[in-house]
Design a binder for this molecule. Structure first.
Ligand SMILES: [Zn+2]
Length: 247
C-alpha cells in the first residue's frame, strides 16, 4: 500500500492506518458502470479499496457522456467494463480492479457473491435491484442501492441485520412503473452525487462506522436543494427475510 497516496484518508480520526488497511483488504462488487457506477468506482478507488470487481455488459454510446465521465468520444462502441477498469488501473495501480463483461444473473451471484464484503447496485432498474438485494440477504452481504432520475434520487444501505429492500417494499415494482432517465433525462451532477454517496456508504459499512439501528433511506431533490433521511426499523421482517434467515 502506498501510504503517502492515502495520507488524507489516514488523517481521518475514524479511519487512521488501521482503517486504511481494512479498506485495502476489502472486496467490493460494483454492478453497473453507468452514471452511478463511474462515480462509485472512482470513489472506491480514491479510498483505496484493495479489491474491486465490476459487472457490466454494455457498450459506450454518445448519449452516455452527459454523465458517464470516465468515457471519451474515442471510447464509443467499446465495452464500458474493460474501458473503465483500464482507466481505474492507471489511476490506482496498487489496487486489484477486475471485471466480467456479463449481465448480472442469479447464477452469477450464487456462484461468486460470497467472495465480496460489500455490493453496490449501480444498475438503476428495479429487477436488478431486487435480484442483487435478494442475493445479499441470502449471503448476508452489505448492500448499497440507488435510483436516480432527472433532478432527484434516493438510496439506502442495507446491513446484514437491518431491514432489507423487501422489508421496505415486499414486491419488485413493474419496470414500466419506474421513471427512466431515457424518458425524463438526468443531470450528470445528480448521478455523480448519488454514485459518490454509494461509495461513501460502502466505505462506512466496511469500517463498521454506521451504528444506527435500522435502514436509512436518503433522498435528494437537487431542484429545491433538499436532502431527507428516514430510518426504518424492523416492525416485522418480510417473509423473504424470514425464509432466508430462519431456515
Ligand atoms: Zn426483509
Amino acid at each position: 500500500m502506498q501510504n503517502d497516496r492515502y495520507l488524507r484518508n489516514i488523517k481521518l480520526t475514524e479511519l487512521g492506518e488501521y482503517g486504511q488497511e481494512v479498506l485495502f483488504k476489502a472486496k467490493a462488487l460494483v454492478v453497473g458502470a453507468g452514471g452511478l457506477g463511474c462515480s462509485a468506482l472512482y470513489g472506491l478507488a480514491c479510498a483505496g479499496i484493495g479489491n474491486i470487481h465490476l459487472l457490466d455488459h454494455d457498450v459506450i454510446e454518445l448519449s452516455n457522456l452527459n454523465r458517464q465521465f470516465a468515457y471519451t468520444p474515442s471510447d464509443l462502441t467499446k465495452l464500458k467494463a474493460s474501458t473503465i477498469v483500464q482507466k481505474l488501473t492507471q489511476f490506482a495501480p496498487d489496487l486489484k480492479i477486475s471485471f466480467d463483461a456479463v449481465k448480472v444473473t442469479d447464477e452469477w451471484l450464487d456462484q461468486y457473491l460470497s467472495i465480496y464484503d460489500v455490493v453496490l447496485d449501480c444498475c438503476d432498474n428495479f429487477f436488478a435491484t431486487y435480484m442483487i438485494g435478494d442475493a445479499c440477504v441470502k449471503h448476508k452481504k452489505k448492500f448499497i442501492t440507488v435510483s436516480a432520475v432527472a433532478w432527484r434520487g434516493q438510496g439506502y444501505a442495507v446491513l446484514p441485520d437491518s431491514p432489507c429492500h423487501r422489508c421496505l417494499l415486499p414486491e419488485c415494482p413493474e419496470e414500466s412503473d419506474a421513471p427512466r432517465s431515457a424518458d425524463y433525462g438526468i443531470l450528470g451532477a445528480v448521478a455523480h452525487t448519488f454514485g459518490s454517496w454509494q461509495a461513501t456508504e460502502a466505505i462506512k459499512a466496511l469500517l463498521d462506522l454506521d451504528k444506527e439501528q435500522g435502514t436509512r433511506l436518503t433522498s435528494y431533490d437537487a431542484k429545491i436543494g433538499r436532502w431527507k433521511t428516514m430510518t426504518r426499523s424492523y416492525s416485522q421482517q418480510c417473509k423473504f427475510h424470514q425464509s432466508v434467515i430462519h431456515k
